[in-house]
Write a protein that binds this ligand. Structure first.
Ligand SMILES: *Cc1c(COP(=O)(O)O)cnc(C)c1O
Ligand SMILES: [Zn+2]
Length: 500
């Protein structure tokens, strides 16, 4: 729809205006820092940061009902800059001019309802939000769109040059960072550090294809992260991990999109996400809290974080019911099919602690829950989801396994509708499906394939008497014999009934 066709009362607000005053806020000592310089940790106390709009109060002068109308009408515009996460410009980056926004098709991913068989299996109503349908095929693109739009703004308006964007990754962060960097190729180069042998071939191919410098490091993600942190403290690089608070800001769009998809009635939802470095869950909590503060939503949904038994520091932390007694301990991870969440020392833990406390104060103790699932449960859930029309990755399977467990343990009200994050596309994690189908899991994974869940191609072989097209084109009569033979075998395998 064109701007002059909108109703007069929203016309002036559909095009976002530059506004606000953004600062980094330290979660440790509360200090504030200017955003002109890229900061990742507090220069005073080393804690992580979040971005805060010092003029947030101005947004509260607009009633929630008006915000809903603004966002809904804005959705009808065809401006690329507003088609992604910046649909929610005022909440996500109101200091960034539209011409600096980098939009590669991220955000606004489809919400797909589970069929009745799958709902029954899970124990309640749910749907998947298909974040695998983002440009680099994972939810990480929302945060990268934000971080790279800000970088682009610094390049265009502040004359920043020759940026090296760098990140450590369990696979998807690097795929996303490399993609967005390649779009700004004149001014931004990218380098990614990956744990050797701990990302899938698809995830390794993505940054290579985008032209990034790929460096494989012995160890796990947590080790790569330490190297990247050292680099960011001692060299001129732009850190693109979720330590970068711009990433979190962009990922908040996930909550805004859910709210919009449910006409802002989210009080009956349970939002379920896997936890690795805990950036996603941070953004989900922050996003709903912001909308609640602006009265865009009038009830907070329940939020459920899921971890694998093989990488469960957040789950263990919240096992202790008494807040004052909780103590965070990093864990040593064990091999996990939810490889993108295989993190023992989540960078965003201080953010989670702060936001969970805030969230529970407003919506009650049960408003945020954590569950843990086994590797077996993750694999089985993913395969069942995908046999019922979904495109869930292993972390999406982790969500479903977590929901099923939460429903069984009464950690979620079964009358709710759950929204599960299918955080990446199934194709990225095809190796784990393959291990399952071929019974190829190393014992450390603790996954035993269930016979009824396995699938394998039937391979047609031809007896010597039947001509084969494999060696080249056959003469018509020979080709006819091949087709007849092959069709008869296929018909037998599929138990086809002949036409009368
Ligand atoms: C990064 C990632 C996760 C974990 O998210 P965090 O923000 O690190 O907690 C889960 N699933 C996929 C597919 C990911 O790429
Ligand atoms: Zn500090």
């Amino acid at each position: 729809m064109k701007l002059d066709q909108f109703p007069p009362e929203v016309q002036g607000a559909v095009m976002p205006k530059i506004g606000g005053r953004y600062l980094y806020r330290c979660l440790g000592c509360e200090s504030l820092f200017g955003i002109e310089e890229l900061l990742y940790t507090c220069p005073k106390c080393d804690s992580v940061l979040l971005i805060e709009d010092m003029e947030w109060g101005r947004l509260k002068e607009i009633p929630g009902e008006k915000w809903r109308r603004i966002f809904d009408y804005r959705k009808m515009t065809n401006l690329p800059a507003l088609n992604g996460i910046y649909l929610f410009h005022e909440l996500i980056g109101s200091i960034i001019p539209l011409e600096d926004i980098v939009y590669l098709g991220e955000g606004r991913t489809p919400v797909v309802s589970a069929n009745s068989a799958l709902k029954e299996w899970a124990g309640m109503d749910f749907c998947y939000k298909n974040d695998g349908q983002n440009p680099s095929a994972s939810f990480k693109d929302r945060g990268m769109a934000s971080a790279f739009s800000y970088l682009n703004y610094l390049i265009n308006k502040r004359g920043v040059r020759d940026v090296l964007a760098i990140c450590a990754s369990t696979g998807d962060t690097s795929a996303s960072a490399a993609l967005y960097a390649s779009y700004l190729c004149a001014n931004v180069k990218s380098a990614v550090l990956l744990p050797a042998g701990k990302v899938t071939p698809q995830q390794l191919g993505q940054p290579l294809g985008s032209g990034a410098r790929v460096i494989e490091i012995p160890g796990v993600f947590d080790d790569c992260m330490k190297v990247v942190e050292y680099l960011s403290e001692n060299f001129s690089v732009a850190l693109m991990n979720s330590k970068n608070a711009w990433r979190i800001l962009g990922q908040e769009s996930y909550s805004y999109e859910i709210a919009q998809a449910y006409d802002y009635e989210v009080g009956g939802l349970a939002v379920v996400a896997p936890i690795g470095n805990a950036g996603n869950i941070t953004a989900i909590l922050a996003g709903f809290l912001k909308m609640y503060d602006l009265r865009i939503i009038d009830t907070l949904p329940q939020v459920i974080g899921v971890q694998s038994e093989h990488a469960n520091p957040v789950y263990l932390y919240y096992l202790e019911p008494e807040e004052s007694k909780r103590q965070f301990h990093a864990v040593s991870v064990r091999p996990s099919v939810a490889q993108a969440a295989m993190i023992g020392n989540p960078v965003s833990m201080p953010r989670v602690i702060k936001l969970v406390e805030q969230y529970r104060r407003l919506a009650g103790e049960e408003a945020v829950r954590f569950v843990q699932v086994s590797e077996q449960e993750i694999m089985d859930a993913m395969l069942i989801a995908n046999r019922n029309g979904h495109i869930a990755c292993t972390q999406g399977g982790e969500c479903l396994a977590g929901l099923r467990k939460a429903a069984a343990e009464n950690k979620v009200d079964r009358n709710r509708t759950a929204v599960l994050d299918a955080t990446a596309h199934a194709l990225k994690f095809a190796v784990f499906q393959d291990k399952y189908f071929t019974d190829g899991f190393e014992p450390e994974f603790e996954v035993l394939p269930k016979k009824e869940m396995r699938n394998a191609p039937f391979s047609l072989s031809l007896p010597a008497s039947v001509p084969s097209p494999a060696g080249g084109r056959l003469a018509p009569e020979e080709f006819r014999r091949f087709v007849e033979y092959a069709a008869s075998v296929v018909a037998e395998v599929l138990e086809l009934k002949p036409l009368r």
